[in-house]
Design a protein around this ligand. Structure first.
Ligand SMILES: [Zn+2]
Length: 144
């Protein structure tokens, strides 16, 4: 197992299997095929909620493979952050993602339902877990 996979696994356990950004459960990569089959999801859709190693301080900005810099996040949440230019800082990005989740967006409906069926409706709800070290930005984002 690569160093990065080990760090991902450590982060996964520390975060109780929850995505660092959106707070919803992640699927360990080795369980992905089973998850996709069980929920009749395409492997592409299922891959989006697989656990990946996320560099909080981006690799291209010099972020290293260390336990302090690696969080576990859905592939989708990980990739979307790095598609933004410049990539938002982790706390700001997490707040943005959670707002979208709360409004019923972010994940495709079929994926959302898949997670809900797989983990059970209650465990599907996003949580604020102590291990998700997110220092929430107190500035309010235009209250709706
Ligand atoms: Zn996520």
């Amino acid at each position: 197992m690569s160093k990065l996979s080990k760090l991902r696994q450590v982060a996964f356990e520390r975060q109780c299997g929850r995505c660092f950004y959106c707070g919803l459960p992640m699927i360990p990569p080795e369980a992905l095929d089973q998850f996709a089959t069980k929920l009749s999801l395409s492997s592409k859709l299922a891959r989006g909620v697989a656990a990946t190693a996320e560099h909080l301080h981006a690799q291209c900005d010099g972020g290293r493979d260390t336990a302090a810099n690696i969080a576990a996040a859905h592939r989708l949440c990980n990739e979307r952050r790095h598609h933004l230019r410049p990539a938002p800082d982790p706390a700001r990005y997490a707040a943005m993602v959670r707002l979208q989740i709360a409004q019923g967006g972010w994940l495709k409906k079929t994926v959302r339902q898949g997670l809900s069926v797989h983990f059970g409706p209650r465990s599907f709800e996003p949580v604020r877990h102590a291990a998700l070290h997110i220092d929430h930005d107190r500035r309010r984002q235009g209250s709706k």
